[in-house]
Design a protein around this ligand. Sequence first.
Ligand SMILES: [Zn+2]
Ligand SMILES: [Zn+2]
Length: 460
Amino acid sequence: MIVYSCHGAAKEVTGSCHLVRCGARSVLVDCGLFQGGRERERANAEPFEFDPAGIDALLLTHAHLDHCGRIPRLVREGFRGRIHATAATRDLARVVLLDAAGLQEEEARRAARSGRDGAAPLYTLDDALHSFDFFAEPVGYGVPVAVAEGIRATFRDAGHILGSASILLELEDGGTSLRVVFSGDLGSPGRPILRDPQPAPQAEYVAMETTYGNRTHRSLPDSVDELYRAVEQTLGRGGNVVIPTFAMERAQEVLYYLHRGLREGRVPAGAQVFLDSPMAISATEIFRRHPECFDEAFRATLARDDPFGMPNLRFTRETADSMAINRIEGGAIILAGSGMCDGGRVRHHLRHNLWREKSSIVFVGYAASGTLARRIIDGAKTVRLFDDDVRVRAQLWTINGFSAHADQAGLLDWLGDAPRREVLLVHGDYEVGMRAMAECLRQRGVPCRMPGKGEPILLK
Ligand SMILES: [Zn+2]
Ligand SMILES: [Zn+2]
């Protein structure tokens, strides 16, 4: 008997966690954090709907927090299997989980001081470090790995972030066999740095993300032009450009394009560029160490030049250096996290620039409902930052062509038209990307469903 159940990213974007039981064996694909405000984050402390000690292996598609963020808890609650991931994913996950643990410890201290609930952190730095003892030898792309008796996994390029993968499971139980593919998060083809996603292989079942199941992105060249226009206009009138960025991939891609723009004269030569995110700085260093993930064009670029090393680019790791940026009134391009503006140093830069008509805020990534980025994009007149009400007067740009997620056409291309027994739709806002994708597949005669959280689905 082979049974699937979804324990995170069921009719929502975050918390990815998929369980496959094959006879007596169980594997998890991802064990991510629920995100999107305090209310949703409470779900992270709820008991797992399965016994962590009964899981034989965990397969990690990529290092985003909504895919790896509950791993230390899983280990603390008894998981003793092996964690399989690519080398780049393992390196990035270390940065991501240590950072998350630090933030959780800090949040717990704050809660304890004010007498609020939640005085125990979800997990500690020690828990996060300990979980790295369970990582197996890194997995190479395209190499099948036996992860439990009767279960083989093959990691394939997903083109989403460095090290990201879709995972094909080949399952065997008592004479029956079945193939199930998990898309992980999928990128769009034709991007710089990473290889394109590999189309879904032959498999009876496909679990597919639907983040942008309803959208068509602007083309990448148009988006790059728009970025250059935003920079040129803003610096031209004496303002700053604030770019809330995700630390991995988006930050490096934007740096790559700024570097190219400078070389081509499309970004003003006097621009000062700041990467003001300790995590993005660490991620950039990890990028340099994993050329095995790059496409050929980017390897050729690297041989000529260092795209992450413009002369006027400064990495600001220290808080004092970050605070010094607040005194700059114009001419700066500031990349800072978090991408959805719910935490991190970008909130300081928003406080200093959001109310200034000369400045611009350039959104280049996904903004989930309930986040500060979403409220700003949706037209809030004022927002609360620290203890201030800050007016929104800066020029706003939303450039969705940089998204790390494939759009509707990209998802359909990836799925292809091979016959499937069923497509399981996950990792999308139910009312937005997921329902639109379900509609789209039904029109094409592809059987699909949107699994509920914890609902067991008999695959074979
Ligand atoms: Zn992701
Ligand atoms: Zn995700």
